[in-house]
Design a protein around this ligand. Sequence first.
Ligand code: GLU
Length: 475
Amino acid sequence: MAPIVRFAPSPTGDLHIGSARTALFNWLYAKHTGGQFLLRIEDTDAERSTTAAIDAIYEGLRWLGLAWHGDAVLQSKRAPRHREVVEAMLAAGNAYRCYCSPADLEEMRAQQKAGGLPMRYDGRWRDRDPADAQAGVKPVIRLKAPRTGETLIADQVQGDVRFAAEQLDDMVLLRGDGSPTYMLAVVVDDHDMDITHIIRGVDHLNNAARQMQIYLAMGWRVPVFAHIPLIHGPDGAKLSKRHGAQGVMEYEKLGYRPEAMRNYLAKLGWAHGDDEIFSTDQTIQWFDLPGIGRSAARFDYDKLRSLNGHYIQSADPAQLATEVLARVPRLPELDPAFAGQTIALHPQAAARIRTLIPDLAKRAKDMNELASNAAPFALAGPLPVDAKAEALLKPEARALLGRLVPVLSAVNDWSVTALDAAVRTLAEAESLKLGDVAQPMRAALTGRTTSPGVFEVLVALGRNEGLARLRAQAR
Ligand code: GLU
């Protein structure tokens, strides 16, 4: 039977990069094995599980390119089924009603505390007659857990992990108000969804022991467990906001590409030799559970950024140009340098960006930088000149541009080669280096001090616009 895996996030807002890594590992495993990747939204906490929080999960997964099979399962909708399973456990004698009042439980805890004992439910209602119950107490339903022996989790990543019976008390399956507990819901859903492999964070390892007891009580097939290491910050501390962005869509806003995120997240806890860069197809081919290590992975923001630069350079130029054109209008919200500006694209923006994209892509580490560097060629209206470019446009530089304009106007063949030759001739005649002419040209043509090659820029802008920009700064 082909594996069936699932990603089971509890909606909390933006899809966290740690959760995204769990989703990716599951997706990769399904792809690698020809299995299925399912999505279950664990939305039982009504307050946190808003539509916006659930949509954020869909949005994050879609952006990362992790398509799930069929419709997402909403856990909250399955409460009747969860209750049905508890009824079956009651009927089979694997569960019982516990009529402890909150005061009873408090007293039990206080005694255990005083005796220096771990706090655990003592099983006092396991075999007691419900007729003994105090009036008005709504019973919870607890699992009749084995009192001796141990529960073994043969984890694919963590190895064999054993939990002594004394460590696990009779957990609540159904609360007094009839609502299922998380522990029960997860097992029933995983069973009903035919999940064969549970790949999730190691913070769920202790839950696995309790969940195993429910599988065994129901006589259900136990899935394979693989608990993956946590992600730490570059300093080894638990990953948090102070290290950097935490939400997947924050990375989209910061200009990261999904394929760079996939490559980077795949490397967090999993390795294929010393390889740093691998395509999604290669990852699918190579990904397997034995390649997952046990030690916590460190999130290296610099590495992610350099991978992102790699993926920008290796992206399909036509696709990249389309993405850049879509991003330029978003610059006012993405790049403080454009804050408050109204963005209007020039009618020739698409053609110009397509021409310049191979060169623009070489310099950018993120899509915002790329869009910002493309802006001088994409925007309509007067060209803004930044302070550094302005500083280059000293009176003698402006005078030089004034002598350059007629030379370029005389060039018939508006090509890189012809323009280059014309500018070189002028530079030689004036005993200047090519750069002495190119830098003021760049400042005038782009309003910046870095840009693609000035001749490529002239070609992309076309004769009229190219000469107009030079003229505008010439004296
Ligand atoms: N809903 C849990 C979480 O978001 C995951 C449960 C599981 O994978 O078993 O942490």
